[in-house]
Every structure is written in C-alpha cells, then in structure tokens.
Design a protein around this ligand. Structure first.
Ligand code: GDP
Length: 364
C-alpha cells in the first residue's frame, strides 16, 4: 500500500492529528477498515463518495474503500541529520514512505512552546527540509566512495548510479532539494532506488486555530505560496477541530462541520490531497457482496491493475470488462449499462481510467 509519513517539529500538532486520523478510522471501522500495525502506524480508508452510490445501485452488502497508511514520525528536530533527537531512526522511517505530510504550526498560543521560540511555518519547513538535504548529502558522499572501485571496473550500473548521485549532490550543495534534478525516463528506476529523502513529494499541513479553519490565515497563506513555488501541495486543517470531530457520531460531526463553515472534514481533505500528490487513481469492483475501491498509479495498464487484487489475475489476464463510473450511474447498474452498449471489452494494452468499474477475466 501507499504510505504517508507525518513529520514536523515538536509541538506543532502532529500527534493530535494522527490520533484524530486513527480514531476516526477506528470509529468507522465497518466502512473504513482500520488496523494499528504499530502504535505510530495507522491504516485509513480513502473517502470516496462514488463508492456509496455504486453500492446502492448494486445492492452491495459492504463498502471497502481504498487504503492509505499513515506513519507518525516523531522526533525530528534541528540536527537530526547529525543524530540529534531520534536522528537516524527518524530518517530511516522517512526513507520508507512514499510521501511526506509536513505539519506546520500556523496557530498562535503562548501556552504552547515553540522549539524555536517563534511561530514561523516557512522557516520551520526550511529547517526540516534542510535536515533531509543534509542527510541526503551525507548518504550520497558515503555511497559515492563505496562504488568508486566498481566504477573503475566499468560496472555499467555503478556508472549510472555515480552520474545520478553527482547530479543530486550538485543540487544539494547548491542548497536545493534533490527533487529539482530532472531525470530521464531511462534513469528513473535507478534514481528512485537511491531513495533520497529530499525527492519525496511533500504535502504541507497548515495547522491553524479553530476560527481560521475555513479561511486559513496570514501564516497559512505564506505556506501556500511556498508550496506552489516548490511544486508541492498544502491543506489547511485545525487539528483541534479534527480531534473534536473524531469523538462525534457521523450525524453530529456533519452538523458540527457546517456550524464551523466547513464542507468537508480536514482529514478527508488531507487523505485526498495525499492521494493526488502521489498521482494515484481509483478503479472499482462492484458486486452484491461488496463495492470496493482499488488504488493504482496513473497510467497503469489493465493486467497490472488486476494484479493489485491478486497476482494470479495479472499472470492469467485475458481481458477486462469495463464500465466508466458515469455510465454505470447514468444507466443505473451493470446490466442496463451492458444493454446500452456501455460495457467495453478491453485487452492488455488498456490504460485503466479513474472511476472505471472493472471485471477481470483470467486463466487460472
Ligand atoms: P506534536 O509534538 O507535534 O505531536 O504536537 P501535539 O499534537 O502533541 O500538540 C502539542 C500541543 O499543541 C498540544 O497541547 C495540543 O493540544 C496543542 N495544539 C495542537 N493543535 C493546536 C491548535 O490548533 N491550537 C492550539 N491552541 N493548540 C494546539
């Protein structure tokens, strides 16, 4: 599955947010399967209003959303790359996630200490990014030394790695994250294998006071500007509101949201933004037993999409019967869609589209 790491300086609201995330997921366990793998790891359902509609039409007994894993990575402080705080442990945790949700303090409160003694989310973002860049630089320098002999021996892979690491090193020494390096398609695999921390996409989570949850504030506006300049995304959330929401029943939560002038819970927006940041898409399988969402990277072909359900589906792939979500809804279900000629038979070269309702045929 896809993993999102929650990072941020101490006292910015990470735990409050993570607890709300996992509590909400646990409370809605019937619809949003949740399990705690470790105390700081939570699996949440990806909210998708289309699922309920599909389930209603098909009379599905159960709804199973796509899942996303959140990892609460505590302990990042200035100096982490030098082993301060949880240091290396922390950095190893980040290496394993697909994207970073970076929580930034955008609320004023004299009772809550800020580690740097001032509230400045853009400076905080830079502090953390700097630690990631320093860690990358250190690991690159080590690895460059380690492959010198292989490179001399003419090992093609080592030569490629060296070239990519030199490019990353140049960017980092220039004070830029490794994500600014432009990588050719044929280098992409080797580049990703370097597992550099400063190449991970970042979602900035602006934690604002309750009264700023709907509109944001001057601090979150600065973060938005920074995120846009970097090509990253941001969401505005009040961790305090999410904490309260996580203790309410669904009906109460909806009332509370509208009272606060919010259309959607911040956590839902956070999960969706993470999904978008990772360039993920959803396809559905729908039947009387369950309506289920599956996650694929954009551009996935039908056999590989089938492989997300089971390896055998990919190996023995014959074809996919496909109905676009809108056709499924407009026609009022699988059978009527079929009769209207909206069910397509698609082969191995079919690129699955977001919202496709799929039925795979395969050899066993
Ligand atoms: P972490 O160290 O980043 O995990 O931060 P916590 O989630 O433990 O939050 C630190 C403190 O800040 C706690 O006392 C929270 O209740 C408080 N806090 C979190 N979000 C907000 C907020 O939006 N406004 C205010 N005033 N306090 C908050």
């Amino acid at each position: 599955g896809f993993r999102m790491g929650i990072v941020g300086l101490p006292n910015v609201g990470k735990s409050t947010l993570f607890n709300a995330l996992t509590k909400t997921a646990a409370a809605q366990a019937a619809n949003f399967p949740f399990c705690t793998i470790e105390p700081n790891v939570g699996d949440v359902g990806v909210p998708d209003a289309r699922l309920a509609k599909l389930a209603e039409i098909a009379g599905s007994a159960q709804i199973i959303p796509a899942r996303m894993t959140f990892v609460d990575i505590a302990g990042l402080v200035k100096g982490a790359s030098k082993g301060e705080g949880l240091g290396n442990q922390f950095l190893a945790n980040i290496r394993e996630v697909d994207a970073i949700a970076h929580v930034l303090r955008c609320f004023e409160d004299d009772d809550i200490t800020h580690v740097e003694g001032r509230v400045d989310p853009v400076a905080d973002a830079e502090t953390i990014e700097m630690e990631l860049m320093l860690a990358d630089l250190e690991s690159i320098e080590k690895r460059l030394q380690n492959i010198v002999r292989k490179v001399r021996g003419g090992d093609k892979e080592a030569v490629q790695q060296q070239r990519l690491m030199e490019a990353a090193k140049a960017a980092l020494e220039d004070g830029k994250p490794a994500r600014v390096v432009e990588v050719d398609a044929e280098d992409l695999k080797a580049w990703n294998m370097l597992q550099l921390l400063s190449t991970k996409p970042v979602l900035y989570v602006c934690n604002v006071a309750e009264e700023d949850a709907a509109q944001g504030n001057a601090l979150s506006a600065k973060v938005a500007e920074m995120a846009a300049a970097q090509g990253n995304s941001h969401v505005i959330i009040s961790a305090r509101i999410e904490e309260e929401l996580s203790q309410l029943e669904v009906d109460e939560a909806e009332m509370f949201l509208s009272e606060m002038g919010l259309e959607e819970a911040g956590l839902d927006r956070l999960i969706k933004a993470g999904y978008g940041l990772l360039n993920l898409e959803t396809y559905f399988t729908v039947g009387p037993k369950e309506a289920r969402a599956w996650t694929i990277p954009q551009g996935t072909l039908a056999p590989q999409a089938a492989g997300v359900i089971h390896g055998d589906f990919e190996k023995g792939f014959i074809r996919a019967e496909t109905i676009a979500y809108d056709d499924y809804i407009t026609c009022g279900g699988e059978q009527p869609a079929k009769e209207a000629g909206k069910m397509r038979a698609e082969g191995k070269a079919y690129m699955v589209k977001d919202g496709d309702v799929m039925h795979f045929l395969f050899n066993t």
